[in-house]
Design a binder for this molecule. Structure first.
Ligand code: AMP
Ligand code: MG
Length: 495
């Protein structure tokens, strides 16, 4: 292999000459070279994803580290894209890729994908920032992207994590890292908002919407109302995504419109958190003083964000009633998807009128007794319809045992009514109720070790989270209740 020209290997990603972002034109992005990480080294490598992409051979070579640390550039150069957005409910104006760069679009075994570096240095959109990302937050993004994917939740992927001794100033001095992210597209609601409100360039807005439809929503091409159709399609994907988040107790933490994917992917992992003790009011982001993005508010916030997208698309839809109508499916699609997910979590196959109350009452008990979200659902698989006292493993999670007993009598009756066989039900429930999620304290332990130069815990945890529903008895400690110190952990927007 020629080290000076590392792209000319058969196994290298086949970069597309134009790619969607580049083909849109100059209004959408600027050419920006990365500032390579000095002393770059691997922290974690996602060999499984490299294989899925068909890039395994290239990923094993030296060229990969040069590219994914921002030290070398791909043939077509790199781009920073411009977007705007609403942050914490307030219009924030122009934002853009302040520390992310698009390496390009490449053909892969998964189809065309965009490859992006996060933390690769200053761009014209860095504003007050330094263009960098710290190792701490990069580990969290790397681990959570792949944990979400393994849970079957739509997300941007993480191919690699590169570290460096380069100091980065946050509340304290930390070190820099770059995560390589992969997705069919990193387009956000904010990209559309930008051309309507900031650039006020309707032609560019149309170019963007047409390209999005052509590539990602092709069934809308040639329909009578393609832009309302686009809004409705995004609405449905977002509703499905939110149901999946809620069903695993995932809190995003910064659901600003610039962090909402036009493909309904989970994007921009920052101060996210998986809930330990169930609390509908749980706020995972320490910087979110108002609790705007609390767990229970996420579904409504997503709809609020869709309204912002509707407003951005209004010049094209040209009919506010049609735009509002395109959002309407959210109100049925989201609760339906959530109820379906919760039915599966409870091992219910049939659909019955009383299921919603059964689910709600369980969640109410869990909230009142601060039962651990993940453990409660996982243990529910051991529930026996005829077991009575043998159901102690679940019952013990509740403080108010009488209330639990009353609920469990209803649950047992409901299961018997659909002649549910305990063993079959348990197997099905164990496929949807994860045993392993990226709890904050697990990420924190991996981060502490990584700061000491030992990346084995990051890599081990990544492996465990690849199989979230498997028993993996050798990793039992990762599935337990969080230690007391976990309550003191604070994650904020600082990243
Ligand atoms: P976030 O809240 O992380 O989604 O970021 C909001 C905006 O701030 C985006 O435009 C980011 O690119 C930008 N940003 C965040 N951190 C930095 C940083 N350290 N340097 C430059 N831009 C940043
Ligand atoms: Mg962001």
């Amino acid at each position: 292999m020629n080290a000076r020209d590392p792209w000319r290997t058969a196994a290298a990603p086949a970069w597309r000459q134009a790619g969607l972002m580049r083909s849109l034109g100059a209004a959408f992005s600027v050419a920006q070279l990365p500032q390579g990480l000095p002393g770059a080294h691997w922290v974690a490598r996602n060999d499984a994803l490299a294989r899925e992409l068909g890039w395994a051979d290239w990923f094993d070579g030296d060229a990969a580290l040069a590219l994914l640390s921002g030290t070398a550039q791909p043939p077509g150069g790199t781009l920073a894209t411009v977007y705007s957005g609403h942050q914490f409910g307030v219009w924030a104006g122009q934002l853009g890729d302040g520390r992310a760069l698009l390496l390009g679009e490449a053909d892969s075994a998964m189809g065309p994908v965009e490859v992006q570096l996060k933390g690769s240095g200053l761009t014209p959109y860095s504003r007050m920032g330094d263009g960098r990302a710290v190792l701490r937050s990069s580990i969290r993004e790397y681990l959570c992207s792949e944990a979400m994917h393994a849970l079957g939740i739509p997300t941007t992927r993480a191919l690699a994590l590169v570290g460096s001794p380069l100091p980065v100033h946050r509340e304290t001095v930390e070190t820099a890292a770059v995560v390589t992210r992969v997705a069919p597209s990193f387009l956000r609601f904010g990209h559309f908002e930008h051309f309507t409100h900031t650039a006020q360039d309707e032609a560019a807005l149309k170019t963007l919407a047409d390209a999005t439809i052509e590539r990602f929503y092709p069934a809308l091409q040639g329909t009578a109302a393609p832009y309302a159709g686009l809004l409705e399609a995004v609405t449905r994907r977002t509703a499905a995504l939110l149901a999946q988040w809620q069903a695993v107790g995932f809190c995003h933490g910064v659901m600003n419109t610039d962090n909402m994917s036009i493909l309904g992917l989970t994007i921009d992992y920052g101060p996210f958190g998986f809930m330990d003790a169930f609390d509908p009011g749980h706020v995972c982001n320490h910087s979110d003083h108002q609790g705007r993005y609390a767990y229970a508010r996420q579904p409504a916030v997503a709809l609020w964000n869709l309204h912002a997208l509707a407003q951005a698309l209004l010049p094209l839809i040209d009919d506010s009633d049609a735009a509002l109508a395109a959002l309407e499916p959210y109100k049925t699609a989201y609760p339906r998807a959530l109820l379906a997910a919760l039915r599966a979590k409870l091992g219910l196959r049939a659909e019955r009128e009383e299921d919603e109350a059964l689910v709600d009452d369980l969640l109410r008990l869990m909230a009142r007794d601060r039962a651990d979200f993940t453990i409660t659902f996982r243990r529910l698989a051991t529930f026996g319809t005829e077991s009575g006292a043998a159901n102690a493993a679940v019952r013990d999670l509740f403080i108010d045992r009488e209330a639990f007993d009353a609920w469990s009598a209803r649950y047992a009756a409901r299961l018997r009514a659909e002649t549910s066989i305990d063993a079959d039900r348990a197997a099905g429930m164990n496929r949807v109720n994860p045993k392993f999620v990226l709890r904050n304290h697990l990420a924190e332990a991996a981060i502490q070790r990584a700061r000491e130069g030992d990346f084995s815990e990051v890599q081990r945890l990544a492996q465990v989270l690849q199989h979230p529903c498997d028993e993996q008895p050798e990793h039992e400690a990762d599935a337990g209740l969080p230690p007391a110190w976990a309550q003191q952990l604070e994650v904020s927007c600082s990243s």
